[in-house]
Design a protein around this ligand. Structure first.
Ligand code: F6R
Length: 630
């Protein structure tokens, strides 16, 4: 969370910073700020505004911020309320040093006490503000003499400060006494240097750089970098110069437009048929053999020796992983466990042998997922399970993200840039990735016949065209049905088996964009407690798709109806569905592929409920698209 951008070159920095921040706003929109240094006057200007970037743009338009060197920040509040005084950049007491930071400085409170006892005065409640004060203190300690320039002093001060910081951070620093340089540093939080024409840039993520350059160099942990208009220098924590070549951006990093849609979320829901088409064209082209029925980018050796799978993920990605686990276990016969990455980090299960670890993250940047994967690799190496220490797989939508640098095997879901904070088409892409893995494992394990595998493949090939019709149909149905949710405050989603995670996902979508309290529950568990919540004002949405648990789910739905709840069904038309007060019809497909359809009406219903309430659907309160703090 939080996005940082920095630039130094021959053009005015402020417009470049604002453009970069606009492309990073998905990382947080509690406040935004920039600081620039005007070389002619050796003076630093800092502009900060609460709320969305548009407020900062107006402020900079009105008041200006001169200089060809600058840093910018878009904030997702961790320490301190989303107010101007907590907005970045933060400055030292003289106002001459400014810092932007993404991450969490875990020892900020002891550092603050120490600095305060030495007379440093703080102006914010943030963890970040200790950094400019620490840099100022280091600069005062550095013996400024001889031939070295100010920029070397700043570099050295930041390197020394980095030893004092605990936690994860990416930061950029400017000082009014060094209009020829900016300094950057990072640990466990991404920071990329961009080589532009006549300028060098630095940012938390590739979209912020892609508008200026496609030549990038990701920084390594504990590195400190000096950027000048003439080049960059990277140093490790001991001050040893590092030499690495930049590479070219591979992925599609363009800024998406809404076209004629009211919101990105709606556009991205509609794009799901295209996500599925691209996926089937790429991974299920016609003419594959029974022995290798899917074109995943892995050699046979990738699958060798795998007896178990564990999946680490957060939020919506975890729901996709749960569907994946159902498929991998029930269809392909591989024991599979899903963990919240944030829980796994501090309470991992005892090690099991021959276990493939999969991380699922659309952004490729979720701190907990990355840290859990790293911890698992280390743990296995320590215990001597060398083969499976490095045998990890990442499922992501971002080929230029941190997970692709961390994990050796990557499955690209190829859904294209997703702007809406609520994940929709990337969820579908993640589901499809798991269908791909299931087919691969099933055809190798011989758990099911090649006929069954072929049947699943054929069904998957028909998904893109079926989704086109379904999305259009449900856009209209959901818009009408959403009128009934004007005064609703609680909603229960139920499902079973492969569609239980879809009930969870339906509840999450509704919560995050409409702010209505919602719970997803396994339908059979309702009577063990949650049924007490049911009454006339609490609608129940039941995902009931034909298959092993169809009759069971219908009975559970009846039980809810008997408690006066309005009962809405996500089910195929005409299949004992008279029990429902309202029906969100989906095609009658095999239970295996039903989640690819059952999620769509729930996405659209959440969307229309939130739209009716006039909410900020693409940037819901308190959320960010990329969760880079733990
Ligand atoms: C909800 C949503 C989040 C993310 C979660 C993990 O719509 O998008 O729950 O799924 O923050 O993000 P990634 O997939 O980037 O690891």
């Amino acid at each position: 969370m939080c996005g940082i951008v920095a630039v130094i070159g021959s053009r005015e920095a402020a417009p470049l910073l604002l453009e970069g921040l606009q492309r990073l706003e998905y990382r947080g929109y509690d406040s935004a700020g920039i600081a620039t240094v005007d070389a002619a006057k050796s003076s630093l200007t800092c502009k900060r505004a609460q709320g969305k970037l548009v407020n900062l743009v107006k402020l900079v338009d009105d008041q200006g911020a001169l200089g060809q060197l600058g840093i910018g920040h878009t904030r997702w509040a961790t320490h301190g309320k989303p107010e101007v005084r907590n907005a970045h950049p933060h400055r030292d007491s003289s106002g001459g040093i400014a810092v932007v930071q993404n991450g969490i400085i875990e020892n900020h409170s002891s550092l603050r006490k120490e600095l305060e006892s030495q007379g440093y005065e703080f102006a914010s409640d943030t963890d970040t503000e200790v950094i400019p004060h620490l840099i100022s203190r280091e600069l005062n300690l550095i013996k400024r003499e001889g031939e070295t320039s100010n920029s070397t002093w700043l570099l050295e001060a930041v390197r020394k400060v980095s030893f004092q910081l605990e936690g994860a951070y990416a930061l950029a620093v400017i000082w009014e006494e060094t209009p020829e340089a900016l300094v950057v540093a990072k640990r466990q939080t991404p920071l990329l240097i961009g080589f532009g024409e006549g300028e060098f840039l630095c940012a938390s993520d590739t979209p912020a750089l892609a508008g200026f350059t496609r030549t990038i160099l990701p920084m390594e942990d504990d590195e400190v970098g000096l950027l000048t208009p003439l080049g960059i220098e990277l140093y490790d924590s001991l001050g040893k110069r590092q030499q690495r070549s930049p590479s070219l951006l591979k992925g599609q990093e363009d800024v998406a437009t809404k076209n004629n849609f009211r919101h990105f979320m709606l556009k991205e829901i509609y794009e799901q048929s295209e996500t599925a088409r691209l996926w089937t064209d790429r991974y299920l082209p016609l003419g594959l053999s029974d022995e290798a029925p899917i074109a995943l980018p892995f050699e046979d050796s990738f699958y060798e020796g795998i007896e178990r799978i564990q999946i680490l993920a957060c939020g919506t990605s975890r729901h996709a992983a749960m569907v994946g686990a159902h498929l991998l276990e029930q269809f392909a016969g591989i024991p599979t466990t899903v963990f919240y990455a944030s829980e796994f980090r501090y309470a991992p299960p005892p090690l099991t042998s021959h276990t493939l670890t999969i991380g699922v993250t659309q952004s490729g940047e979720t701190a907990d997922t990355l840290a859990a994967l790293a911890m698992e690799a280390k743990r296995r190496a320590v215990y001597g399970d060398i083969a499976f220490a490095s045998h990890q797989l990442g499922i992501t939508n971002r080929l230029e993200s941190s997970i692709t640098r961390q994990v050796p095997n990557i499955l690209d879901i190829g859904a294209g840039i997703e702007v809406g904070v609520a994940a929709t088409k990337t969820f579908l892409g993640q589901l499809l990735a798991f269908y791909g893995l299931t087919i691969s494992f099933a055809s190798r394990s011989k758990q099911c016949s090649s006929k069954e595998v072929s049947k699943l493949i054929n069904e998957l090939r028909s998904v893109p065209s079926q989704l086109i019709t379904l999305i259009k149909q449900h856009d209209e149905i959901a818009e009408q049905l959403s009128q009934q949710f004007v005064d609703v405050q609680n909603v229960i989603f139920i499902g079973r088996g492969i569609n239980y995670p879809i009930a969870l996902e339906g509840a999450l979508k509704l919560k995050e964009i409409s702010y209505i309290h919602a719970e997803g529950y396994p339908a059979g568990e309702m009577k063990h407690g949650p049924i007490a919540l049911l009454e006339r004002r609490v609608p129940v949405i039941s995902v009931a798709t034909p298959g092993v648990v169809f009759d069971k789910v219908l009975s559970n739905a009846q039980e809810a109806k008997a408690r006066d709840s309005q009962l809405i069904g996500v089910a195929p038309e005409g299949r004992a569905t008279e029990v429902f007060d309202a029906l969100l019809p989906i095609p009658e497909v095999s239970e295996w592929i039903s989640p690819l359809f059952s999620v769509v009406p729930l996405q659209l219903l959440s969307y229309h409920i939130a739209a009716n309430r006039g909410l900020d659907i693409d940037q819901p309160r308190n959320l960010a698209k990329s969760v880079t703090v733990e």
